[in-house]
Design a protein. Structure first.
Length: 400
């Protein structure tokens, strides 16, 4: 049986940082993670990833036990000096991965290609060749080069991936105990697509606000808000978390339902809950291997109603195209054992969106912690019918 592992690039800041922390806590303890950083001092990045790790603030009751930091440290491998614009650094990490996880005994089960930069261009006159080129190098060529080297680790048709679908956290009791709380969410009682009202979801809220035609907080949503309301100050982080907690309970039903469908073999196999559970304690892996490219709703040509953001927007459109092509490649060699998808996280309170924090409604600006929980729910719950497409934090498709 081939052993699964997880790849996350990058892990130094923002969504990648929080996702790495989240997956350390919420995927099976037997599954190693390789995370990248541009820093030479990868130990420092690792320290920051492990520092203060504790169960998610969004976890349902009862609270999970404190994690075993030593075990998590053993599980977390770092690739330093890793720059997606430098193919040699990617190749070096590829070799590191091949040593850590020999392909004849291991396969890459979850891969997250997340690098991204934003140079804001409201008008064509603001476009500079250098910034546009850098944007394409990081946002589009970055994922492409990651795909070139690391998709090689994804399973082939002959790979015995049965270990992945039965992999659960062995350490934890923490997983079992916290997962068991998921039963209170009664995921199986909802219908796919969500039986709960979505009236209050960020997506619906944004729709009714009719800001740029975007769902629940996108970069373009930010841009429109920034133009209209530059004086506003962010002062409501606490409310924001509370709001997001409430919305989470409503939004999660859709992706959880999908997850319950796709992982019934897992969720039904253990009394620990987890699969299809309603809280964040997702101590399992999806049945099929999944490659995730980080997109953005502004990368949708269909949904482009404001223009602007020329380089960033088109770089994310390229990501969507690359994802489709990668999925065909994975399908050719892996059949149903591997798929690719692209993902839109909503507008997330990271350095990338910092200039707009003060101009966006709190319920449309996700904390990174909230964003990665939503991402995990959608990605870990993804089924093969979702392959090659772009999905948002509500588990809904973003048309290319
Ligand atoms: N935040 C949002 O609202 C939002 C919305 C839609 C989509 N996204 C997408 O989500 C992804 C993550 O963004 P974020 O919000 O987490 O941004 P962030 O906080 O600014 O983090 C960006 C990350 O990308 C890394 N990076 C930049 N250039 C790189 C390079 N050449 N090689 C390797 N890594 C590089 C940075 O590494 P260093 O720490 O070394 O600089 C950092 O870890 C991006 O693809 C972004 O487009 C974000």
């Amino acid at each position: 049986m081939s052993k699964p592992w997880i790849f996350i690039c990058p892990s130094s800041r923002g969504i990648g940082h929080h996702l790495t922390r989240y997956l350390l806590l919420h995927t099976p303890s037997t599954v190693p993670i390789l995370a990248t950083t541009r820093a030479s001092d990868k130990a420092a990045t690792k320290y920051r990833l492990l520092r203060g790790l504790s169960p998610s603030p969004f976890s349902a009751h009862p609270p999970a036990p404190e994690p075993d930091l030593h075990a998590l440290s053993e599980r977390l491998h770092m690739a330093g000096d890793f720059d997606v614009t430098d193919e040699r650094s990617i190749e070096a990490a590829y070799r590191q991965a091949a040593t850590l996880f020999p392909p004849d005994t291991h396969h890459l089960h979850l891969a997250f290609a997340l690098p991204g930069i934003l140079h804001v261009e409201k008008t064509l006159a603001q476009v500079t060749y250098a910034d546009a080129l850098e944007t394409y190098r990081v946002n589009a060529l970055g994922p492409l080069m990651l795909m070139k080297w690391f998709a090689d680790f994804m399973p082939r048709k002959m790979t015995d991936t049965s270990a992945s679908s039965s992999t659960r956290s062995s350490s934890s009791s923490s997983s079992s105990s916290s997962s068991s709380s998921s039963s209170s969410s009664t995921p199986s009682s909802s219908t796919p697509g969500g039986s709960s009202s979505s009236t209050d979801s960020p997506r619906e809220a944004a729709k009714s606000a009719n800001v740029g035609g975007y769902g629940g907080g996108d970069m373009e949503n930010l841009e429109a808000a920034a133009q209209a309301q530059r004086q506003k100050h962010p002062n409501q982080d606490q409310n924001q978390n509370q709001n997001q907690n409430q919305k989470r309970n409503q939004n999660q039903s859709q992706s959880q339902d999908r997850k319950a469908d796709n992982n019934t073999n897992i969720s039904s196999s253990s009394s620990g809950g987890g699969g299809g559970g309603g809280d964040s304690s997702l101590h399992y892996l999806p049945t099929q291997s999944i490659w995730v490219n980080m997109s953005a709703r502004v990368g949708s040509v269909t949904d482009n109603r404001l223009g602007g953001w020329f380089s960033y927007r088109s770089s994310k459109a390229a990501v969507n195209s690359l994802t489709k092509s990668l999925d065909y490649a994975l399908r050719m060699r892996g059949g149903d054992k591997a798929m690719a998808m692209a993902y839109h996280p909503g507008t997330v309170k990271t350095d990338l969106s910092r200039d707009f924090w003060g101009s966006i409604a709190n319920d449309k600006l996700f904390t990174p912690e909230y964003a990665v929980e939503a991402m995990a729910r959608v990605v870990l719950g993804a089924g093969l019918e979702q392959r090659g497409k772009v999905w948002d934090y509500n588990g809904e498709e973003v048309l290319p």
